[in-house]
Write a protein that binds this ligand. Structure first.
Ligand code: NDP
Length: 447
């Protein structure tokens, strides 16, 4: 079997030699899905996985914009339309200087499996730009978003491709993107999700990824009769996902002791309660400040410059910042300190070495494509509400989100339970996600 996986990866590597993040994401899927294909006659010999690693379309474009001083800048825009076998492409837009083809292809590839897992009819895509929103004025952000959409609009649509937010793209950016799309197309449609509540957005969408990550962890803990109550939790990041993961963990009775950004992390031994979280939200979302400012406000907390929070003793870890932020050594430290559960809010935050360590220690580990699927699932619910021209209440959306996370958990258990009873959530998510897309591809022929 290993020879088959190696031969497959050799072919993928030859075509995508300079795309390490993409190869990392494909390798993880290949290791669990290729053995499954080999033992299931209907998928054998159809080169399905090879077709799935090739984007249906990859669009790259120039994004020129003018700053407040009148200087002209040029960024690169992308949209990867990975797979639309089960529905229109769906996936976020990321604005961050690190964005390149490899990162967006890994995200788009993961998105295909994630969207399939939600049970909603959504294909997978991802896009963005190497534009850095940090330190830019509102006007600069608006001019950039308008320029970006003046090309992207011809490639998307409510039945074609429905982008959303991701790192660096929140409600403000979605607003500018939507405004430009609406003007250029002269139509008001649900072509983007994460919209403001008065113009087509869904209640609970901002909360959904973070809440879903915690709901999934709760589902895992419940398999052993455990819960969040009284647990110590470390969270990384301090953006959208981290904020709402913290909120839900605290609501469930846990104590969250860390948050971070790319400059370092804060440790608060007393826990980040509701009031402190409100400060973080105002700091990060309104003032667009840095995490170390938390320590000025709450002097009993400590700021650790340039470090990640994984050295702090905890029961549950929720990585919610970015890819490859938790390595093999971090994982070993977490395990040695008694951590029993890791639920990924970010996409691919754990390196392969970290995942191997979690599996060896037989602790609960949920890959992002399962545990952070609540965000895109609620985007799917936003699309449904847009089509119905009707809004569900906060409680109704939250209930549906919980149900979807429950269903994803069940599927992971169905496909991921090993002979010894350990649930390999990576295997479960990869195979469950694969089956639905592969069946659709088989039914539709070689297209
Ligand atoms: P935000 O832009 O709101 O926040 C990102 C956070 O991560 C910030 O605290 C940021 O710090 C930190 N961060 C970003 N890059 C790095 C880096 N290289 N090193 C250390 N910290 C970093 O993004 P989101 O919260 O929306 O997204 C976080 C993660 O969750 C991403 O992996 C995203 O793909 C994933 N995700 C998001 C979904 C959503 O609905 N928003 C859905 C599913 C997954 P700083 O401010 O210093 O850059």
């Amino acid at each position: 079997m290993q020879a088959k996986i190696d031969a497959f990866m050799e072919e993928v590597r030859a075509r995508n030699a300079h795309e390490p993040e993409f190869l990392q994401a494909v390798q993880e899927v290949a290791e669990t899905v290729i053995p499954y294909i080999a033992s299931n006659e209907i998928y054998n010999g159809k080169n399905i996985l090879l077709r799935m690693v090739e984007p249906e379309r990859a669009i790259m474009f120039r994004v020129p914009w003018v700053d407040d001083k009148g200087e002209i800048h040029v960024n690169r825009g992308y949209r990867i339309q990975m797979n639309s076998a089960i529905g229109p492409y769906k996936g976020g837009l990321r604005f961050h200087p690190s964005v390149n083809l490899s990162i967006l292809k890994f995200l788009a590839f993961e998105q295909v499996f994630k969207n399939s897992l939600t049970t909603l009819p959504m294909g997978g895509g991802k896009g963005g730009s190497d534009f850095d929103p940090k330190g830019k004025s509102d006007d600069e952000i608006m001019r950039f978003c308008h320029s970006f959409m003046s090309e992207l609009f011809r490639h998307i649509g409510p039945n074609t491709d429905v982008p959303a937010g991701d790192i660096g793209v929140g409600t403000r950016e979605i607003g500018y993107l939507f405004g430009k799309y609406r003007r250029m197309k002269n139509e008001f449609t649900g072509v983007l999700t994460g919209k403001g509540i008065t113009w087509g957005g869904s209640l609970i969408r901002p909360e959904a990824t973070g809440y879903g990550t915690v709901y999934f962890a709760q589902n895992m803990l419940e398999t052993k009769g455990d819960s969040f109550k009284g647990k110590i939790v470390t969270v990384s990041g301090s953006g959208n996902v981290a904020q709402y993961a913290t909120e839900k963990a605290v609501q469930l009775g846990a104590k969250v002791i860390t948050l971070s950004d790319s400059s370092g992390y804060i440790y608060d031994k007393d826990g980040i309660d509701k009031e402190k979280l409100a400060f973080i939200m105002e700091l990060k979302n309104e003032r667009r400040g840095r995490i170390n400012e938390y320590v000025d406000k709450y002097p009993s907390a400590v700021f650790h410059k340039g470090k990640t929070p994984w050295g702090e003793k905890c029961d549950i870890a929720l990585p919610c910042a970015t890819q490859n932020e938790l390595n093999g050594d971090d994982a070993k430290t977490l395990i040695a300190n008694g951590c029993v559960c890791v639920s990924e809010g970010a996409n691919m935050p754990s390196t392969p070495e970290a995942i191997a360590a979690f599996h060896d220690a037989k602790i609960f580990f949920a890959p992002g494509k399962a545990s952070n699927a609540g965000g895109v699932a609620t985007s799917g619910l936003e699309m449904t509400q847009n089509s119905l021209r009707f809004n569900w209440t906060r409680e109704e959306v939250d209930e549906k989100l919980k149900q979807i996370m429950n269903d994803i958990h069940k599927k992971c258990v169905q496909y991921g339970t090993d002979d010894n009873g350990y649930i390999d959530y990576v295997k479960g998510a990869n195979i469950a996600g694969f089956v639905k897309v592969a069946d659709a591809m088989l039914a539709q022929g070689v297209v």
